[in-house]
Design a protein around this ligand. Structure first.
Ligand code: ZN
Length: 501
């Protein structure tokens, strides 16, 4: 079985989604004796500053029950030595090299980013706005949404390399900070950096770290990291790189499910140098065992599960014995109106759908009446553009009420549910006739069962619903009462059944 493990962070392609986190993998050469570095998805090297830094006074590391507290303070060789002494070694590998960039001022971030952009073999920059162990820059910048916006937009202007912003977990709400980084032009987000902590020697009453406070990492922080990766990937449309306490393949699979497009192994490298390779192999084995051909089926799975559960709870997904408009019978039925009748839920679901088309420079959203009207409005609201709907008059899909599609407009077609794609296809034709361009079709639910639709479809959720000819319907054979959806008799919902169990 061929399994696709390739993921992309902007135009940077990784052969697998597993990288090693900055500050836990030196400059690569320290780990080269343990395995072939070409096997990694990417290498994120130790944080670089403009000048050589000695770091914080010792002691710098304290072991904790499920992790470690460190206050190294960005000890590093500085930009010049990194370019002359470290890059020649790293350039030998085909694995992308991502350089972690640190400054005490915005100017330093800009200068470093400019200089590193000229260095052969540097594939991307990770801007560290989250180091908790330095007096200036780092976390001081990363906890302030406006500062994150400012630094990101200034660095964006200084480099054409893919730009990843590393965020701090030491904030009340990470979502607006992530959002500001995206608005400022970030191509991806790394999270989380370490959690600010303290260790005291009870016998002397003194701090156990030279810097007094330090950053907690390792398995202890994994639940925090997972929660933040989930929150952020629901909020932004750029890829998230998840890290924090990965010590086995299952941890990485959890981060991918939470919405991370890639993961980084950090503190675990200190315990087991070849851990990243074990994680890669473990992910591959899992996908093979589950017969999953593409890693993207795993990415964001958690969010889809939550959406599915919402549909069941709101009785939008019904179970019973249904007569469909096609004349076929089915054991399940999806009634989008049951979720759309709740305005805040409709808004929330459509925001997630809109996110899938952010960055596509769409001018107009169009939905076929009736199901598409609410979805079109909510998606358009999120994209900040106008929404219209089409109507079928004497069997023909058309625009009324003065609605227009202008030539050359980039148009998104949306639906509540796609079954055969019939209405969507008619709207796609309508858009083409107007001389405009169809960018894609978006739908809350895709229950087309992988049928060739003739357009690119992105949906919040894919639901498999089997349908039967009346002659060979197993539900008819069981004498289950047949129900026409919309009527309220003889319907047992999956939610009711779940409650009974
Ligand atoms: Zn039947």
């Amino acid at each position: 079985m061929i399994i696709n493990l390739t993921v992309k962070i902007a135009r940077l392609e990784l052969k697998n989604p597993v990288m090693v986190a900055s500050g836990t993998f030196g400059y690569g050469e320290e780990y080269a004796p343990f395995f072939d570095l070409n096997r990694l998805g990417a290498i994120v090297v130790k944080g670089i500053t403009l000048k050589t830094r000695a770091g914080n006074p010792p002691p710098r590391i304290v072991e904790t029950p499920a992790g470690m507290l460190n206050a190294v303070g960005l000890q590093n060789c500085g930009l010049e030595k990194f370019v002359t002494d470290k890059m020649p070694f790293l350039r030998q590998f085909e694995t992308p090299i991502i350089v972690n960039v640190n400054g005490e001022t915005i100017d330093e971030y800009i200068k470093l980013s400019e200089e590193l952009s000229q260095v052969e073999g540097v594939s991307a920059l990770e801007i560290n706005l989250s180091c908790p162990n330095v007096k200036a820059g780092g976390m001081a910048f990363g906890v302030d949404p406006d500062m994150v916006y400012l630094v990101t937009s200034m660095v964006r202007r200084a480099t054409r390399l893919p730009l990843i912003i590393k965020l701090s977990p030491n904030v009340t709400d990470i979502k607006p900070i992530a959002q500001r980084a995206e608005e400022a032009g970030a191509d991806g987000l790394s999270l989380i950096n370490t959690v600010l902590g303290l260790a005291i020697d009870h016998k002397t009453g003194q701090p156990q770290l030279g810097n007094i406070t330090g950053g907690l990492s390792g398995p202890a922080v994994k639940p925090i990291a997972l929660r933040m990766v989930w929150e952020v990937s629901e909020q932004v449309s750029i890829p998230v790189i998840g890290m924090g306490g990965i010590t086995k393949p299952e941890d990485a699979l959890e981060f991918l499910a939470a919405g991370a497009s890639a993961v980084a192994v950090g503190t675990g490298n200190f315990i087991k140098p070849e851990l990243a390779i074990e994680v890669i192999e473990g992910i591959k084995d899992y996908l093979a065992k589950e017969k999953i051909a593409d890693i993207h089926e795993i990415i964001g799975r958690f969010s889809r599960e939550i959406t599915y559960q919402t549909f069941i709870d709101r009785e939008a997904l019904l179970e019973g014995h249904f007569l469909l408009s096609s004349g076929r019978h089915s054991g399940r039925y999806f009634q989008a109106a049951m979720v759309l009748q709740d305005p805040s839920l409709a808004s929330n679901l459509c925001a997630k759908l809109a996110k899938k088309f952010k960055g596509e420079q769409i001018d107009l959203v169009i939905g076929p009446a009736m199901g598409g009207v609410i979805v079109a409005h909510e998606v358009a609201k999120n994209l900040g553009i106008r929404a219209i709907f089409s109507e079928r008059v004497s069997g023909k899909m058309q625009l009324r009420r003065g609605f227009r599609i202008n030539p050359q407009e980039r148009v998104l077609v949306v639906e509540d549910v796609i079954t055969t794609g019939g209405s969507a296809k008619e709207v796609v034709d309508l858009v083409k006739q107007a001389g405009a361009e169809v960018i894609g079709v978006g739908s809350l639910v895709d229950r087309s069962g992988g049928m060739e639709l003739g357009f690119q479809l992105k949906a919040l959720l894919k639901i498999e619903i089997e349908t039967y000819e009346p002659d060979s319907c197993p539900l008819c054979q069981k004498d289950l009462p047949l129900v026409k959806p919309g009527s309220r008799t003889a319907i047992s919902t999956l939610a009711e059944r779940l409650k009974r169990e």
